[in-house]
Design a protein around this ligand. Structure first.
Ligand code: ADP
Ligand code: MG
Length: 365
């Protein structure tokens, strides 16, 4: 059977953020080549109705493949401009790399001050807080200063193990319970001098914003992807489902671990093999366990979550990375989450699917 894979989640190990960026550029080109190689020619040539729009945002690449709506109200140029504007707006509001972003300005205010939020940032923080409560704090946007201490934040300090006393101090200030939202007034307040980091949910939210826009203007078939987080709608014009290949996390090896049908769903992947540094033979990932204040160290190499929204899938994938394989699987069972874990065991990488994941993929085959 020939698989028509529409997207390959491709995340590679590296030891420096600059190298990550270069690698992303390389992988993007590679993915474009693979995409055109894997898609049926009829879909991209003469009878092809799918339009491909790509660009850069949030320090990563995005791509949107869609069937332009049949009514001639908007040109594809108008649609592409709107897609980019939506993503750029989220970047402008939520980036910790931009000193004037809403998130950076909130990070700079003192505890106890009510801070006004845009509806988008409010929505993301509200969802993040909900997921923090459900995952018992495994997902926690208040980890920003820990992320910085370990050298994974915008301050780009050299990667090294931070000073123990400093770590202890910052850890006492971290905790999603120290953030308070004022729903009717779209305001947020911190009880401690914490900073927030929306990196583990904003890309997914961006995907949802674009997907909702395409739905609104009547696009019946699309695949939206920002930095590996994906959402799709309908069937491709050739009647085939949208399919995504999950790459094997083995370093130095390129291979497809499994292929999933994600029609009308969102999918996000989180992995410890893409952004990390090594010291004294130990690997330190950019995902921080908010309980210990340290990067995760267990043997869960990659987490894929399928959900109805990309923001939720994105955040849950990070939460599961923090929990580790056993707890993540127990959570998936309790909350009926579709997840696929790739665990590094003595004999190699082993894939573990939750029942909900098997059901989703089986129903859609
Ligand atoms: P991955 O796809 O590997 O999960 P993401 O980009 O979704 O990567 O999220 C990782 C980023 O989220 C980190 O670089 C950091 O900024 C932030 N982060 C780290 N640990 C947590 C956590 N426990 N909860 C929420 N955000 C986190
Ligand atoms: Mg994430």
């Amino acid at each position: 059977m020939i698989l028509a894979v529409n997207y390959i989640i491709s995340r590679r190990a590296t030891v420096s953020i600059t190298v990550v960026r270069l690698l992303y550029a390389f992988l993007f080109i590679l993915c474009c080549v693979l995409l055109s190689a894997c898609s049926e020619p009829s879909e991209l040539d003469s009878s092809n109705k799918l339009h491909l729009h790509t660009g850069q945002v949030m320090g990563t690449w995005y791509s949107v493949k869609y069937l332009p709506p049949s009514n001639a109200e908007r040109s594809v140029d108008d649609i592409n401009t709107e897609i980019h504007a939506k993503l750029a707006r989220i970047d402008l509001l939520m980036s910790t790399y931009k000193a004037t972003s809403e998130v950076s300005r909130f990070n700079a205010v003192e505890p106890g001050v009510w801070f006004d939020l845009s509806p988008q940032t409010y929505e993301v923080i509200e969802l993040a807080q909900d997921i923090s409560a459900k995952t018992l704090g495994a997902f926690d946007i208040s980890v920003a200063r820990l992320v910085d201490l370990w050298g994974f934040g915008p301050e780009q300090r050299a990667h090294h193990i931070p000073d123990a006393d400093q770590l202890k101090q910052v850890l006492t200030e971290v905790g999603y319970e120290n953030l308070k939202l004022h729903g009717s007034q779209l305001k947020v307040q911190k009880k401690t001098p914490l900073h927030i980091d929306l990196s583990a949910i904003a890309k997914g939210f961006g995907v949802d914003q674009v997907a909702d826009y395409l739905d609104r203007i009547g696009v019946e078939s699309f695949l939206v992807e920002v930095g590996g987080e994906i959402r799709t709608r309908g069937m491709k014009p050739n009647g085939q489902p949208w399919r995504v290949a999950i790459e094997s996390p083995a370093t130095g090896q390129r291979g497809v671990h499994s292929v999933v049908n994600v029609t009308d769903l969102a999918l996000a992947t989180s992995g410890d093999y893409r952004n990390y540094f090594e010291e004294n033979g130990q690997r330190f990932s950019h995902t921080i366990d908010p309980k210990t204040g340290a990067p995760i160290t267990h043997n869960l190499a990659s987490v894929t979550v399928i959900s109805s929204t990309a923001a939720e899938a994105d955040a849950l994938a990070t939460a599961f990375s923090v929990m580790g394989p056993d707890q993540a699987m127990a959570y998936a069972k309790a909350y009926n989450v579709s997840t696929y874990l790739i665990v590094k065991e003595r004999e190699g990488f082993v894939g573990k699917a939750s029942e909900a994941f098997l059901a989703v993929t089986r129903d859609k085959l």
